[in-house]
Design a protein around this ligand. Structure first.
Ligand SMILES: [Zn+2]
Length: 340
């Protein structure tokens, strides 16, 4: 297949060319210029055009490290198609250690955006026109929000056949099927029929080595599935975990305000009414149990022990066979923790 090349910010990237582009975004009010860094690796031969993006929420940095490792991959010398790596989409948020933009909007609720809208809407629009519309496939990397830890999992719209195939190739044990109308990148990718995955793993403002390794491996497996890079020749490659799709998920909220002691781990199998933790006053005199509102596997949890009544504490995904999912999650963690 011949490679027609690709054009970003008016710059043509020819077949066989690697290029870093600093895409201009709105200046700071100090008049300091701001740019979104983009690394394009264009194979000599044509093929899928895959974007991999991170830090759409500016404090979610595991994906920044995943992309740093990804673009050093020796197999990219034989790339077919084009890899467009965008390690920091929300550059304003990253500088401020913030999920949001300076106008306090959430970029992942502002797609597809518009060039006449708010600062956030303009950034969304720029990402759509320069990146998404140039691509045939996409992977967006996220973590839990501030003080929230996510079990590595995939989110995507399984009504889309190729998205399901990419999710299976990615190889983490849990997947949430989501058909959302929330202004997320996932929604607009689904609207435009672009096969698209969200990888959720770890917590904001922290690196987590298991999450980073599993994410990197997942992207490599998706690129192999898309035949962008050759199959692995390693005999003892790490196992790929076929994902089990959750039927639904729910958050357990704090019944009272106080100080939380957690007893249930991320990835644990829980049953309805299982005790997940205890909330106490500072003297430990009045204690209230936090119990599961549904059975399933814990895929997200709050790490900050200081909670207000109503705060979301545990994210539980429901499965047909939750026992086997929990066993796979444990095997997955053991696999990626090797040599850590
Ligand atoms: Zn996020």
């Amino acid at each position: 297949m011949s490679n027609p090349g690709i054009e970003i910010n008016g710059i043509k990237i020819f077949p066989g060319q690697n290029l870093t582009i600093d895409l201009p975004v709105a200046r700071l009010y100090t008049h300091t210029p701001m740019t979104m860094p983009i690394h394009v690796i264009n194979g000599k031969k044509g093929g899928p055009r895959l974007f991999v993006s991170a830090a759409i929420h500016g404090d979610e940095i595991n994906g920044v490290e995943i992309i740093r490792r990804l673009i050093k991959l020796p197999a990219l010398k034989r790339l077919q198609g084009c890899l467009i790596a965008v390690p920091i989409v929300n550059v304003y948020g990253l500088v401020q250690h913030s999920r949001y933009l300076p106008d306090r909007r959430d970029l992942n609720r502002s797609f597809p955006g518009s060039d006449k809208g708010s600062l956030t809407a303009r950034l969304a629009n720029l990402f759509m026109t320069e990146i998404v519309e140039n691509c045939t496939h996409g992977i967006d990397l996220h973590t839990g929000a501030l003080h929230r830890d996510n079990l590595p999992h995939i989110r995507g719209n399984l009504d889309h056949d190729e998205t399901g195939k990419m999710a299976h190739a990615f190889g983490v044990p849990v997947m949430l099927n989501a058909d959302v109308r929330d202004g997320s990148l996932r929604q607009v990718a689904a609207d435009q029929k672009i096969p698209f995955l969200v990888y959720e793993a770890g917590e904001a403002l922290r690196f987590d080595e298991v999450c980073i390794r599993a994410g990197l491996r997942g992207i490599i497996e998706v690129m192999r599935h898309l035949e962008m890079i050759p199959p692995s020749k390693r005999k003892h490659a790490r196992k790929v975990f076929d994902p089990v799709v959750a039927r639904s998920s729910t958050w357990v909220r704090a019944p009272v305000s106080g100080i939380l002691r957690v007893t249930a781990a991320l990835g644990a199998r829980v049953h309805k009414d299982s005790v997940l933790g205890v909330i106490a006053d500072p003297f430990g005199e009045k204690e209230t149990q936090v119990t599961a509102t549904a059975g399933g596997v814990i895929i997200g949890r709050l790490k900050l022990p200081l909670v207000n009544e109503g705060d979301a504490l545990f994210h539980i995904a429901r499965f047909e066979k939750a026992d086997s999912v929990a066993a796979r999650v444990e095997e997955f963690h053991n696999t990626y923790q090797e040599n850590l």
